[in-house]
Ligand binder design. Sequence first.
Ligand SMILES: [Zn+2]
Length: 395
Amino acid sequence: MRLKLLLPSVEPSMFEEPRVCPYAKCGGQHFHLRQEVPKPVRDTVYTEVTARRYACLRCGRTFRVYPLGINDDQTSRRLKGLAVLFYIMGLSYGAVALVLTALGHPLGKTAVYEAVQAAGAKVTGLRREDVQVSTARLLVAALGADLTSVKCKGEWLTVAVTTDALAGTTLTIDILDNGEADTLQTWVQEVATAVQAEVLVTDDADGFKTAADANGLKHQVCKKHVLNNSEAWHDTMQPELARDADGSLAKIGVTPEQAVADNDALLRLMRERQPTSEANAKLAEIHERYAQARSPKKLRQDKETLAYRLRLFSLDRWNLWQRLTLYRTWRGPHDQPLDGTNNATERAIGWRVKERYRTMRGYKRPASVLNVSRLIAWAGNLLDAGGADLAAVVA
Ligand SMILES: [Zn+2]
C-alpha cells in the first residue's frame, strides 16, 4: 500500500481575524481584541500557545480565537493527525496510544479512536449519495465495480467499491444490504448515472452482467478472470475428452481428437481475445458441433455428459465474447484505452478496504468500516497530487 500523508501543522503566531460573530443570530462583524490568554495544549512541539479573546461590538459577548492547528480542544490537530497516521499505517487504537505515550505525547485510546473516526467521517465524496451531488465535475467514462466482505460484530457485511477504471482512483465505498442481483443493479445504476459512465468493468459474476445490461452500459468483463477460469476448465477437461470418458462424444459423432482440438481452440481464442469475425465464426462453429448433446434431464440422469459440458461451455464463452473483447476497440473521451482488467477495483479493495482490515479482528460498527476505508481511499486518491493533507480531515 502506497500512501503519502501530510501532518497538520501548528503555527502559534498565525491567527485568522474573526469575520462574523460565532454566536447564533448575532451576525456582528466588528470586534475588539480584549486580551491574549495562555492555553495549554497537547502537541508534538508546543505545550502552550496563546489564544485571543475578542468581544463582539454588537452583542458584547466574548469568544476565543486560536492559532493555526489549534481549536478549543486541548489536543492539537498535529497530534491527532499523528494518531490517524499511525492508525492508517496498521497500529491498533491501543497501540497508537502506547506509541504516542512512548514518544512523550500521551493520548488515550479513546481519543485516538475518536480522532480516526472523526477524520473518516469528514472525508468528502466516496459515498454514493455524494457522487450524485458532484455530477457536474465528476465524469467517469469507465466505472469499475466489485464487492468484498468484512466482518463486523461477528457478521459479514457486503462492501461495494467503485473506481474510475481509467484513472485508477476510488470513487465510492458503501455497504450494501446484500450481494443479490437486484441490489447490485440499483447500486450500479445510482453510481453509473451520477458519473455518466458508458462502460462497466467487473469480474464475470452473472449479477454484474445483468446490472450492465439493465442499465444500458457497455460491459467489459475482466480478461484475467476469464482467462484463469478458461485455463482451469481446459486443463480439467482435456484428459477426459481425449478418451471420450463417458462415450458421449461418439454419440454425437465427434472424435476425441476433434474435441481436444476444440478445447485447445477455445482456450486459444480466450487468450488472444481478437474481436474479429473469424474468432466469432470459430466460436459458432465449435458450439454448433456440440449443439446436439443432450441435457441430463433429457437423458434422465444426474450428471452432465462431456459433450453437454462442451455445449454449455462453448455457448458461455461465445456469449461472453463481446464483454471480453470490448477493451480492444473502446476508447475513453481522451482516447484512453481500457486495459481489459478490473485491476483498479481489485487494488482499491486490497489497499483501501482489506489491507488495514487484515490486522484487526473485525469492526464493531458498520460506520467504522466506512470511516476507515474511506479515509484510506481518500489518502490513496491524493497520492499523485502530492499526498493527503490530514489537516483537511482532522478536526
Ligand atoms: Zn455578537
